[in-house]
Design a protein around this ligand. Structure first.
Ligand code: SAM
Length: 263
């Protein structure tokens, strides 16, 4: 019996699994981490194509079953544990391929991004709505913190939709396969990353408000700061590109009169 609370919706269709593998662009030299191998179909296909496969499964029952089934694969390290706690930073260069359990989609993406130092790419099957938010461009309601965070660190592409009927048991919504290539250098130059994300999060926490209102806690002269960044103060956050958010954050820092070190 699949455990719903662990996001167990399994994929068995070999054509879909092959497409996922193709998108992941893996090579025989690669180390790949699979989050949640489940019944192990994708796991075996991956193991046949890479140097080292680390598969992390939280469900003890599935883990025990898999251990027997994967015994002949010398390049698989099957781990019984929580992918949210795994020390990704201890790995040398690696790629992630995963059909992510829905209930941890955002935390797992955030954790991987946080430990992105040796991460090359992520090929993730996620709920269609989440995929659309990640690849969203300015202007729509899907565009927000998640889009900016992933487009800042990576090149995110929505590759194809998997209809919910392809999973067992059938979930409530369709899924999509994303390929996110981690950039060597973030897509926008900002003076202070933490501050940049603080500005983005603050702006989107009051999504309906115009920027001169939502960002006023950052400066008494917020209208002037926005204008000198070339941003009309009456604009709303979902209309700003990453580059424009970068300009707002950088101009706020400059206008605060702090001395900038190491620029
Ligand atoms: N990869 C398989 C497939 O495509 O059919 C299974 C995918 S299923 C959506 C998600 C898998 O992640 C399940 O096997 C579930 O038990 C496992 N899982 C759930 N939470 C986890 C966690 N925190 N860490 C590791 N695995 C987890």
């Amino acid at each position: 019996m699949a455990k719903k609370y662990l996001g167990q919706n399994f994929l068995y269709d070999p054509n879909i699994l092959r497409r996922i593998i193709q998108i992941a662009q893996i090579t025989p030299e690669d180390t790949v981490v699979e989050i949640g191998p489940g019944p192990g179909r994708l796991t075996k296909m991956l193991a046949e194509r890479v140097k080292r496969l680390i598969a992390i499964e939280i469900d003890k029952e599935l883990y025990e079953k898999l251990k027997g089934q994967l015994a002949g694969y010398e390049n698989i390290e099957l781990i019984h544990g929580d992918a949210l706690k795994f020390q990704y930073e201890n790995l040398s260069e690696f790629k992630v391929v995963a059909n992510i359990p829905y209930y941890i989609t955002t935390p797992i993406i955030f954790r991987l991004i946080e430990h992105r130092k040796n991460l090359k790419s992520m090929t993730l099957t996620v709920q269609k709505e989440v995929a659309e938010r990640i690849v969203a461009k300015p202007g729509g309601k899907e565009y927000g913190v998640l889009s900016i965070m992933l487009q800042y660190y990576g090149k995110a592409r929505l590759k194809f939709i998997i209809p919910k009927g392809a999973f067992r048991p059938v979930p409530r919504v369709d899924s999509a396969v994303l390929h996110i290539e981690i950039l060597e250098k973030p897509s926008v130059e900002v003076y202070d990353e933490e501050f940049f994300f603080e500005v983005v999060k603050t702006a989107f926490s009051k999504r309906r408000k115009i920027l001169s209102n939502s960002l006023k806690s950052f400066s008494k002269e917020i209208k002037d700061v926005l204008s000198s960044a070339g941003i009309e103060p009456s604009r709303r956050p979902e209309t700003l590109s990453l580059e424009e958010f970068g300009r707002v954050a950088n101009t706020l820092i400059k206008s605060s009169g702090f001395e900038l070190i190491d620029l």
